[in-house]
Design a protein around this ligand. Structure first.
Ligand code: ATP
Ligand code: MG
Length: 567
C-alpha cells in the first residue's frame, strides 16, 4: 500500500466493509488464482465529480489494499457525447487524487471489433436479430414490470438474413435509427433488461478514437460486462442501479465464452450529497448556460472544481473513507465534505493575516514613519512550520465589522473607549473615529500601550478580544472570492415537477476586490493554500496576476451554515 493511502486511513482500526469481506473470501477460496483486479470505468462525457471520487477511491483502494491492479477504462460507446477534453480531464483527476492505473488506460472502443465478432456469434447461434422497427415501437413493446412484452415481428428472421442486414448496418448502408440489433432472450422475463435488449444502433458519427470507421455502436449494456471480461477484472464494482443488469451481463458471457472465469459484479450505493446536483447532464447544463464559469468553477462538485476551490487529494480520500460503502441509498451531509477539508488544511496550512473589508486604523501615539517587525507563528499545528516576521506600524487595516460605533453588550471587538489586542502586537484603545455623512466609518483612531507587546512586554493585560490586522504601507491588494452553496434546496434534484436549476442560489459567488494582505503573500503561486486568521481557508486561484493575487475561500473556519440554519 502506498504512503498516500496510509495517511488517509483513520487511526482506529475499522472492521471490513462488505466489499472487502467479499474480496477476502474470494482470495481465501483462491478464486481467480486469488487475483484482485478492479477497474474504474467512466464515460468520457463530462468531468468527474465527487461521486466518481468515491468510486475511484473504492476501486483503486481495494486494488492497493490487496496488492492487486486497477484499470482505468473509458466506456466510450457513445460518440455523440464524448470528447477528448473529457478523457484528458479524467486522467488528470484520477492522478491528482493520488492513484495510478495499471498500464495504459483502456478504452471500450478498443473492443469494437471483438464485440462485433461476438454479435455475429450471437446471430449465428440464433440469439440475436435485426429489428426494423423504430425505437418508440420497440419501447412500447417492452411492456411493464407487471405486464409481459410483445415479440417483434422481426424476431423470427432467418440467421442468413440477420447476418446480411447486420453486415450492411456495419457498412453504413442504412441511415441512423433505421434498424437495431437485439438479443433474442425472453419478452416475458420479469426482468425488463432481459426483454430482447438492443445491442447495436446505427450512428453515423465521428468517434473520438475510431474516427468514422464504425457506423454502428454497441450499447453500454452490451459492451460493459464483456469489457470487464476481456480485461480479466475480478471484482466489478458498480452502483446499485446496475444490480438488475447483472443477469444480462452474465447471459452475454454465458453465450459467448467457454471459460468458467467471470468478473464478479458487486453493487454499492452511489454517493448523494445534500445541496448538490451530481448528474453529469445537469452539470453540463450549468457549464453550457454559463451559470458557472466552466467545469472547474469552484462552486462545482467536480474534482476540478474542488481542486480549484482548495480541496486537497488527502481531504477527498479521507471523506471517501469516512462515508464508507453501503448497500442502501442515502444522502451525505455536504458539511462532512467541508469538515474533511477543514481538518486537513488545519494541519497543513500556514496562518496569515488578511483583511477582506478594510477600514483604516491610526495609532495616534505611534512614531511617525516607523516600522517594526513582529514575529508570528506559522502554524501552531505543525512545529516544523516556524515563524515569520510581519511588519507593524502607525497605520493598519482592520476588518470593518471588527469596529462598532454603538456596540451591543458582549461585543468584545473594537468600539469607542474599548480595548483589544492586535494579534501578535499590542493592546490598543479606541479614542475616536471619523465617518462620512452616511455614517460609514472612514478611520478609527487609537492609542497603543508600548509595554503590552505580545509575549515580551512587561504588561500582558487580559483583554477579551484579539483582532487580525494588516500594516498599511506594506499591504498587498488582493481579490478574494467567497462562495456559498450553488443550490439553496437540500435535495435540488429530488423534486418531481421542478428543475434543480430553479433552486440556484443567486448569491453563491461574492467577489471582494480591495482586500489587504500581509506582504508574505506577495509572491504566491496558483494552488497555494493558507488559513486567513479568523476568516477561513483560502487557495490562490489561477486567475492571479503578478502583484494582484486572487484567492478562493475553500471553507470558513467553522460551519457557519449549520450555526445560522435554525434561526
Ligand atoms: P451518467 O450520469 O452519465 O450515467 P455516471 O455518473 O454513471 O454517468 P460514469 O462515467 O458512467 O458516470 O461513471 C463512472 C463510474 O463512477 C461508474 O462505475 C459509476 O458507478 C460511478 N459513479 C458515478 N456516480 C457515482 C456516485 N454518485 N457515487 C458513486 N459512484 C458513482
Ligand atoms: Mg454511467
Amino acid at each position: 500500500m502506498s504512503n498516500i493511502a496510509e495517511e488517509s486511513l483513520p487511526e482506529e482500526k475499522r472492521s471490513l466493509n462488505f466489499i472487502e469481506a467479499i474480496v477476502e473470501e474470494d482470495k481465501l477460496n483462491n478464486k481467480n488464482e486469488s487475483r484482485v483486479h478492479t477497474r474504474f470505468p467512466p464515460e468520457p462525457n463530462g468531468y468527474l465529480h465527487i461521486g466518481h471520487a468515491k468510486s475511484i477511491c473504492l476501486n483503486f483502494g481495494i486494488a492497493e489494499q490487496y496488492a492487486g491492479k486497477c484499470n482505468l477504462r473509458f466506456d466510450d460507446t457513445n460518440p455523440e457525447k464524448e470528447e477528448t477534453e473529457y478523457v484528458d480531464s479524467i486522467m488528470e483527476d484520477v492522478k491528482w487524487l493520488g492513484f495510478q492505473w495499471d498500464k495504459e488506460p483502456y478504452y471500450a472502443s478498443d473492443y469494437f471489433e471483438q464485440l462485433y465478432e461476438w454479435a455475429m456469434l450471437l446471430i449465428r447461434k440464433g440469439l440475436a436479430y435485426v429489428d426494423d422497427q423504430p425505437q418508440e415501437v420497440i419501447s412500447q413493446q417492452r411492456g411493464t414490470p407487471t405486464r409481459p412484452g410483445t415479440e417483434s415481428p422481426y424476431r423470427s428472421r432467418s440467421i442468413d438474413e440477420n447476418i446480411d442486414l447486420f453486415e450492411r448496418m456495419k457498412n453504413g448502408e442504412f441511415p441512423n435509427g433505421a434498424r437495431v440489433l437485439r438479443a433474442k432472450i425472453d419478452m416475458t422475463s420479469p426482468n425488463m433488461h432481459m426483454r430482447d435488449p438492443v445491442l447495436y444502433r446505427i450512428l453515423h458519427a465521428e468517434h473520438h478514437r475510431t474516427g468514422d470507421t464504425w457506423k454502428i455502436y454497441p450499447m453500454y449494456d452490451y459492451a460493459h460486462g464483456q469489457s470487464d471480461y476481456l480485461e480479466g477484472i475480478t471484482h466489478s464494482l458498480c452502483t446499485l442501479e446496475f444490480e438488475v443488469h447483472r443477469p444480462l451481463y452474465d447471459w452475454f458471457l454465458d453465450q459467448l465464452t467457454e471459460t468458467s472465469y467471470r468478473p464478479r459484479q458487486i453493487e454499492f450505493a452511489r454517493l448523494n450529497l445534500s445541496y448538490t446536483v451530481m448528474s453529469k447532464r445537469k452539470l453540463l447544463e450549468l457549464v453550457k448556460n454559463n451559470i458557472v464559469n466552466g467545469w472547474d468553477d469552484p462552486r462545482m462538485p467536480t474534482i476540478a472544481g474542488l481542486r480549484r476551490r482548495g480541496y486537497t487529494p488527502a481531504s477527498i480520500r479521507a471523506f471517501a473513507d469516512r462515508i464508507g460503502v453501503a448497500k442502501r441509498d442515502n444522502v451525505i451531509d455536504v458539511g462532512l465534505l467541508e469538515f474533511s477539508v477543514r481538518e486537513d488544511l488545519n494541519k497543513t496550512t500556514n496562518r496569515v493575516m488578511a483583511v477582506l473589508d478594510p477600514v483604516k486604523l491610526v495609532l495616534t501615539n505611534y512614531p511617525e514613519g516607523e516600522t517594526e517587525w513582529v514575529e508570528l507563528e506559522n502554524n501552531p499545528e505543525d512545529a516544523a512550520s516556524g515563524t515569520r516576521m510581519v511588519p507593524f506600524g502607525k497605520e493598519i487595516y482592520i476588518e470593518r465589522d471588527d469596529f462598532m460605533v454603538d456596540p451591543p453588550n458582549k461585543y468584545f471587538r473594537l468600539a469607542p473607549g474599548k480595548e483589544v489586542r492586535l494579534k501578535g502586537a499590542y493592546v490598543i484603545k479606541c479614542e475616536s473615529f471619523e465617518a462620512d455623512e452616511t455614517g460609514n466609518v472612514q478611520t478609527v483612531f487609537c492609542t497603543y500601550d508600548a509595554d503590552t507587546k505580545s509575549g515580551t512586554g512587561p504588561k500582558q493585560p487580559k483583554v477579551k478580544g484579539t483582532l487580525h490586522w494588516v500594516e498599511a504601507s506594506n499591504a498587498i491588494d488582493a481579490e478574494v472570492r467567497l462562495y456559498d452553496r450553488l443550490f439553496m434546496d437540500e435535495d435540488p434534484a429530488g423534486h418531481k415537477d421542478k428543475d434543480p436549476l430553479e433552486f440556484l442560489n443567486p448569491d453563491s459567488l461574492k467577489v471582494v476586490t480591495h482586500c489587504k494582505l500581509e506582504p508574505v503573500l506577495a509572491s504566491v503561486m496558483a494552488g497555494e493554500k493558507f488559513q486567513f486568521q479568523r476568516l477561513g481557508y483560502f487557495c490562490v486561484d489561477k486567475d492571479s496576476v503578478a502583484g494582484k493575487p486572487v484567492f478562493n475561500r475553500t471553507v470558513s473556519l467553522k460551519d457557519n451554515w449549520t450555526r445560522t440554519k435554525g434561526n
